[in-house]
Design a binder for this molecule. Sequence first.
Ligand code: PMT
Length: 400
Amino acid sequence: MTALLGKRIVLGISGGIAAYKSAELTRLLIKAGAQVRVCMTPAACEFIQPLTFQALSSHPVHTTLLDTAAEAGMGHIELARWADMIVIAPATADLMARFAHGHADDLLTTLCLASAAPLYLAPAMNQQMWKHPATQANLQRLQSRGVAILGPDQGVQACGDVGMGRMLEPEAILAALQQPQLLSGIRILLTAGPTREAIDPVRFLTNRSSGKMGYAVAAAAQEFGASVTLISGPVALDTPLGVERIWVESAADMLEATRYAAGLNDIFIATAAVADYTPKQVATQKIKKNNDQLVLEMTRTTDILVTVVKENPKLFTVGFAAETQNLMEYARGKLERKGVHMIAANSVAEGKGFDRATNALEVVWQGGSQSLPEMDKKLLARALMAIISQRYQQWKGMQA
Ligand code: PMT
């Protein structure tokens, strides 16, 4: 039995070359047990004939706003009420812009406005159009309304460009639709990676964090349906699909960016390895090696997690703990001291944890704990997000 068995899905198709892939998506959705009704924009009909979708879905395709065949002449309202979920694939830049701004100038956008069903968009467009601040702003706006964004993928595009903007393959869209969107509509803020503390214009102090764990948690949170903002120290990783990344360098930068964003979010997850000390003064010129010894005077950085907890009592907060010994004891200590709802503790003894593909976690909270054995950081991140979403929902229920 599949998660889509019996689900009533409106498949919206807007006008992009990827529209041809939606024929296969229709077939896969029906094979997974869903009932599918197809709605096409006029531009989509230029790329592929409605007849193809009529044959595949065994139902007439909807293309016009005022439908004389509908009971009250309002096909969009009937379809909007009928749908358990609306999936738009491909979702062009224009479709995203129109829906982000609440337009209702064709059947598909009107249908989206008229429906309370969960909405999934699989964007497809030229890589430059995807990167454009206007599209990214529309993306943010849609995500903040709880719209789930599936993809896009990167690779060679129909126009010959290479980059982000290809529509996800139909199989990947199907897989994403079958996953539970436990955190749909929830906003998650994360910190990840190391910080760099400048000594002089060419030197800095940092640590071994690669950002892999934090980026995997960000990607998993996005898969769970959350809209995700990632405040990242310097790392050599691509931004996970659909995640907004903010670059920072020092612990002070990370503190400032995090304090600014925290109040806009529901959950804060601190995976970053933040410097605990920073040079008291940064030399304005490159330090010359005139002496045998160099003494650096250091000062404590502000604890970002503690600050965020104090300033945002309505935020659900998760800290990480990197320990070389007494993992559980120190993790419980940090849970109390930092005032967070959960701590995910990892052993960083003997080269573990930092800058590796795998990790293991002991997740602790008031009155409970769960061990997640060593596995790939992507899988581990999903398992951690499952615990976080469960505990968050429970905590939220207690607040009501
Ligand atoms: O990036 P990878 O190579 O994949 O490695 C992953 C990791 C080992 C870095 C990660 O899993 C991890 O353990 N991150 C937390 C590392 C750490 O700094 O732990 P800590 O015990 O020093 O700090 C406890 C918590 O306080 C952390 O959530 C940390 O982000 C936060 N903190 C610490 C200091 C500070 N000034 N501000 C903070 O917010």
